[in-house]
Design a protein around this ligand. Structure first.
Ligand code: SF4
Length: 352
């Protein structure tokens, strides 16, 4: 297996988690609970953490959101990001409440004094700021000159905010340049990556519902990661946030960027298939979600090609005329009744 060489970036911490440099690519999501609903926010954050989310973001719009930040910080050990639109006071209050990172575009919060105050407060606590640009937030001047949906427009909009932070000697910067068009998104990040060494937060915005959004995100985020670009990712889906984590983990696993957790290989089935493979593969996928071992598990349809095609799997099963076979590194180790094949597979996985 080949390992991807990643782009060299600055590195710093978001709470206990590192970003950039040699740190692993992290997975983020965002709460979609009602503003001020503390118990739902806690419940959703806990579920996200259990699902494998590394960093959680929430919109901070008023004092009710600040109470949520305080409650989350006192109850759950996960880095928390405050998403600020225009109100610099919410940034300051989030920092006071113990937030680990701010997402804010300094050019959008008003006077220089306000920016200076936020930057001073973030610097004192060594907090990073993410500049989050998307096609909807490109300034009028830049949009008129380069077009709202152009990579140049997105990059120059980000640069406008970077310049403000750098002029205040602030360099704990993460950048995102999200577009819903995958090609625009890929080109924008590539352009940005060639201009600076700040860590990049990758995402396709307004990607859609679970199926199409996962595919679009996998193409956009995956293309960049495969090129070594990207330090943290968010798969944006119109769905339950834990679905974003499942998709993000698969993207990282497919590129060898996530080592913990099992990955499944399964054949597409054909007329040689001698077992109810589709339902077996679905059930195995579900049960593998709680397996933390770094293993590859194969679920194949026939003995003629199955074990051979999945030789690099640590363990696998295949159908064989009404019964099941378990194989390890391509070698059959035993026969089991078809109805017990999944339980027997997991007994073998326990032994690995
Ligand atoms: Fe067909 Fe067997 Fe290949 Fe599955 S492993 S696609 S059943 S030949």
């Amino acid at each position: 297996m080949f390992y991807l060489e990643r782009r060299k970036t600055k590195e710093f911490k978001i709470g206990k988690i590192g970003i950039g440099g040699e740190y692993p690519v992290t997975i983020q999501s965002m709460l979609n609970t009602k503003n001020g609903d503390i118990s739902s926010a806690i419940e959703q954050t806990e579920r996200l953490k259990d699902a494998g989310c590394d960093i959680v973001r929430l919109a901070v719009t008023d004092d009710k959101s600040i109470e949520v930040v305080k409650a989350l910080k006192s109850r759950i050990d996960i880095p928390l990001v405050a998403d600020i639109q225009f109100d610099y006071k919410m940034a300051l209050k989030s920092i006071e409440a113990g937030i680990d990172k701010i997402r804010l575009n300094p050019g959008n919060i008003g006077s220089d004094d306000k920016v200076r105050e936020v930057v001073k407060s973030a610097s004192e606590r060594n907090l990073p700021i993410r500049i989050g640009v998307n096609t909807g937030s490109v300034s009028k001047e830049i949009a008129e000159r380069y077009g709202r949906y152009s990579p140049e427009g997105l990059v120059l909009e980000a640069q406008r905010h970077i310049d403000i932070l750098e002029s205040l000697n602030f360099e704990n910067i993460v950048i995102s340049l999200k577009a819903s068009d995958v090609v625009t998104m890929i080109k924008s990040y590539k352009m940005m990556a060639s201009r600076c060494d700040y860590p990049l937060h990758l995402g396709v915005t307004e990607a859609g519902t679970a199926y199409s959004g996962t595919v679009k995100s996998a193409v956009g985020i995956g293309a960049l990661l495969a090129d070594g670009i990207g330090d943290t990712i968010r798969v944006s889906l119109t769905d339950e946030p834990c679905e974003e984590i499942r998709a993000a983990k698969e993207i990282l696993k497919s590129l060898g960027l996530k080592k913990d957790g099992a990955s499944l290989v399964s054949c597409p089935t054909c007329s040689r298939c001698s077992i109810d493979l589709i339902s077996i593969a679905k059930e195995v996928t579900k049960r593998l979600e709680s397996v933390q071992k770094n293993i590859k598990v194969a679920v194949m349809g026939c003995v003629v090609n199955g074990p051979g095609e999945a030789q690099d799997a640590d363990i696998g099963i295949t159908g064989a005329n009404g019964e099941g076979l378990i194989f390890k590194n391509g070698e059959i180790i035993r026969r089991v009744p078809e109805e017990k094949i999944i339980d027997e597979l997991f007994l073998e996985i326990d032994k690995l």
